[in-house]
Ligand binder design. Structure first.
Ligand SMILES: Cc1cc2nc3c(=O)[nH]c(=O)nc-3n(C[C@H](O)[C@H](O)[C@H](O)COP(=O)(O)OP(=O)(O)OC[C@H]3O[C@@H](n4cnc5c(N)ncnc54)[C@H](O)[C@@H]3O)c2cc1C
Length: 455
């Protein structure tokens, strides 16, 4: 079974030429691939936030014998190359549909967990001494038009009244003072808790902490084959070794190795996201250009951009890339992102760019993240589908998987009944799942049209 996108997106031995790779900290990370025949109680596939948070919590809080296999280096996947927004919102189900489907209590519970997830990242930074360069204290959503601002204010009122979310509203003039000015700035709302961080330092810090707490971490150990043994155990084979485990946690999100288990095949919808970064600016330059915030920002379009000032005062902007994943298409996306900066912030049009890279996020047919156990085999747990919002959600999901798996109450249930209803269970399989990229192409075309006609 071939991966969905262009092979250039799955070169596990190559780090992305990202700003994060260029400025990663100096963590003492486990470096040895899996070798020989080993065993453990719980094996984890994937060394991003989901897998490493599960490993850390299993080893630290439950003394579980856990071993994690990562195909690339630690944080090779989206966890080491994202925008570093530690913010809420890991579903594309509209608030109206969430309320209709799950009710007010469950919807409120979901958002409480999302806020808790942001705080979990903050506390892991402190408790595990992770130097992830935090910035800001909220996330701004900036209205692209007056009509969008009216919509944002209406939604904010419902979210704070019904769900108890901490939201503040800033008019265009106010936001010019605390945020920035732009022909595309028509006011903003701020969500708390949220902040920004260095994503690669964070994932490396998680790995170092998990290792320190007793988890075995093996980078450069792509799982190539997965056998279920007659005695109920699992055998995971890599190029240089094999790992026997009683239970497996399967992570992977946009890079999900679907060929390994039929329970995941045809269910994730990977989507490309790409980022460009400028040279650093001086304080005077920033002042002249009227940029006043370190908070992470998104705009209100369907095909939205996410952007922030980095700790050394570079400007970073990210957005969606094409449905193919080829290098030529990526170059075109990078050029479009740069043009968008010049269009949205003419004052930035003289800045040179120093870094550009891309990766895969993960959507699902039911537009929500999923935590559960495989109906085909209850000894396999999974968490994926964070809809572009995994810094907090994947960290939290990893911890919740650890608690569920190690807790005495996991019993026979396939679903984590104690978690918000919106997160429970496996996403449906896409019909004719080999056409997922074509569905994506059609979906993006619709979003672009809706943005064009502002509907
Ligand atoms: C460009 C970009 C920008 C983003 N911006 C943000 C943001 O600002 N804020 C936010 O919250 N989220 C953001 N995201 C999403 C976020 O990064 C992800 O949701 C999150 O990192 C998912 O974590 P994960 O551990 O589940 O998956 P990943 O971090 O993708 O890790 C999966 C790992 O599985 C490994 N793997 C795959 N196959 C195998 C195998 N056979 N054997 C062993 N290992 C394997 C891969 O090598 C990979 O390292 C962004 C993503 C991208 C790509």
């Amino acid at each position: 079974m071939k991966p969905l996108f262009d092979p250039s997106l799955y070169e596990f031995d190559k780090p992305q030429p990202s700003y994060w790779e260029a400025t990663a900290g100096k963590h003492h990370l486990p470096d040895a691939p899996l070798e020989g025949t080993q065993s453990c109680d719980v094996a984890i596939i994937g060394g991003g936030y989901s897998g490493l948070s599960a490993a850390l919590h299993l080893a630290r809080d439950f003394s579980v014998d856990v071993c994690l296999l990562e195909a690339g280096h630690v944080g090779w996947g989206a966890s080491g190359r994202n925008g570093g927004f530690c913010t809420m919102g890991s579903t594309k189900v509209s608030l109206k549909s969430q309320l209709a489907r799950f009710g007010v209590e469950q919807t409120r519970y979901f958002y409480q967990c999302q806020a808790e997830a942001v705080e979990l990242v903050r506390s892991l930074g402190t408790d595990e001494n992770i130097d992830y360069l935090p910035q800001g204290d909220c996330e701004y959503i900036v209205a692209d038009s007056d009509a969008h601002f009216t919509e944002l204010k209406k939604a904010a009122e419902i979210e704070s009244r019904l769900l108890g979310l901490d939201i503040s509203i800033h008019s265009q003039d106010e936001f010019r003072e605390i945020g920035y000015d732009s022909p595309h700035q028509h006011g903003a709302i701020a969500h708390r808790p949220s902040f920004a961080l260095h994503p690669l330092r964070y994932v490396q810090g998680l790995a170092a902490a998990a290792h320190r707490r007793g988890a075995r971490i093996h980078p450069r150990s792509e799982v190539l084959r997965w056998h279920k043994q007659a005695d109920g155990s699992h055998l995971l084979e890599t190029a240089q070794g094999s790992l026997r485990a009683q239970q497996v946690i399967l992570t992977g999100n946009g890079f999900m190795p679907e060929h390994l288990h039929r329970g995941v095949q045809g269910r994730p919808l990977p989507i490309q996201s790409a980022i460009v970064v400028t040279r650093p600016m001086t304080d005077d330059e920033l002042q002249q250009k009227g940029w006043h915030t370190e908070n992470p920002v998104i705009n209100s379009k369907h095909m939205f951009f996410y952007y922030r000032l980095l700790s050394d005062k570079r400007f970073m902007l990210g957005g969606r890339a094409n449905h193919v994943g080829d290098p030529a298409g990526a170059e075109q996306t990078f050029a479009e992102l740069k043009q968008s900066i010049a269009r949205m912030w003419p004052q930035f049009s003289d800045l040179e760019f120093t870094h550009q890279w891309r990766g895969l996020v993960c959507f699902a047919l039911n537009l929500r993240p999923s935590i559960g156990r495989m109906p085909e085999d209850k000894s396999v747990y999974f968490a994926y589908g964070y809809h572009g919002n995994g810094v907090n959600s994947a960290t939290w999901s990893g911890r919740e998987l650890a608690k569920w798996l190690a807790g005495k109450n996991s019993g026979d249930s396939l679903l984590p009944q104690h978690l918000p209803a919106i997160l429970r269970g496996r996403p449906p399989k896409f019909p004719l799942s080999s056409l997922r990229r074509q569905y994506l192409r059609a979906g993006m075309a619709v979003y672009r049209l809706r943005d064009y006609f502002d509907i």
